[in-house]
Design a protein around this ligand. Structure first.
Ligand code: PEP
Ligand code: MN
Length: 263
């Protein structure tokens, strides 16, 4: 179902005001984690003003250490819904496990399946069955084939609204957090009709590499970007080192618009 065939038109995930895969790059921006109402609204307004199309923010956070900040849970979902109501931006947030899925689906426009859960087949199927659009992030050690088959699990539930997201894989290189695999973006576009979003924030782990890799991700055929943005990255509860501040995000949006306007 995920495969590109002559018969299958490119999938466009239609969120009303935003169409993912429709030709215009879709930028999903916001903090790694929802930390508080004032934090999220502050950044939501900033990214909306800069021209982002969707708001991201984690309420359920997969953290390497159990002692790290793990998100606000339902309170975070409520804050996201408030930010959507105020800014008009559709939202995307992660569901970490099947127990939270109905709750997450109730609030969000797109359910994010995190990289660590790429092969959590029960979660993929349950997410598909909510009927909400689902974005499947590639696992840090997932092959392209495995990633497409993870998307297939969602499609096989009868839910056609699936988005792929390349967020970097684990390689021998340790100067960056992950290695953003631009081959995979081009290959996924070649092999599948599904829209592909590129996440240079997790893909590099360094805020100063986010803009060049974002532009590269669109240049190789990405349908949009997921970008972490924080009003004060040095004090973010998660992923500060890879988060753009509001000013740097606005600069990136200008560059994206310039690049997209070129014939
Ligand atoms: C995230 O988007 O904040 C996140 C946890 O991403 P990933 O699953 O790609 O690590
Ligand atoms: Mn993050």
């Amino acid at each position: 179902l995920a495969a590109r065939t002559d018969a299958h038109q490119a999938t466009i995930v239609d969120l009303g005001s935003v169409k993912i895969g429709g030709g215009q790059p879709v930028v999903m921006a916001g903090p790694c984690s929802v930390e508080s109402e004032s934090q999220l609204l502050n950044t939501a307004y900033a990214v909306a003003e800069a021209g982002a199309h969707m708001l991201r923010g984690g309420a359920f956070k997969p953290r390497t250490s159990p002692y790290a900040f793990r998100g606000l849970g339902e309170a975070g979902l409520k804050i996201l819904a408030k930010a959507r109501a105020e800014t008009g931006l559709p939202i995307i947030t992660e569901a970490l496990n099947t127990a939270d899925l109905d709750l997450v689906a109730e609030y969000t426009d797109v359910i994010q399946i995190g990289a660590r859960n790429m092969q959590n087949f029960a979660l993929l199927e349950a997410a598909g069955r909510t009927g909400r659009p689902v974005m499947v992030k590639r696992g840090p050690a997932g092959t392209i084939e495995e990633w497409l088959l993870a998307a297939e699990y969602v499609l096989a539930t009868g839910n056609p609204n699936v988005i792929l997201c390349e967020r970097g894989i684990r390689t021998f290189e340790n100067a960056t957090r992950n290695t953003l695999d631009l081959n995979a973006v081009a290959m996924a576009k070649h092999r599948s009709h599904l829209p592909v979003i590129v996440d240079p924030s997790h893909g590099t782990g360094k805020w100063y590499l986010v803009a060049p890799l974002a532009l590269a991700g669109l240049a190789v055929g990405g349908d949009g970007l997921m970008i972490e943005v924080h009003h004060d990255p040095d004090h973010a509860s998660s992923d500060g080192p890879q988060s753009l501040n509001h000013e740097h995000f606005a600069d990136l949006m200008e560059k994206i618009n310039q690049q997209s306007a070129q014939p």
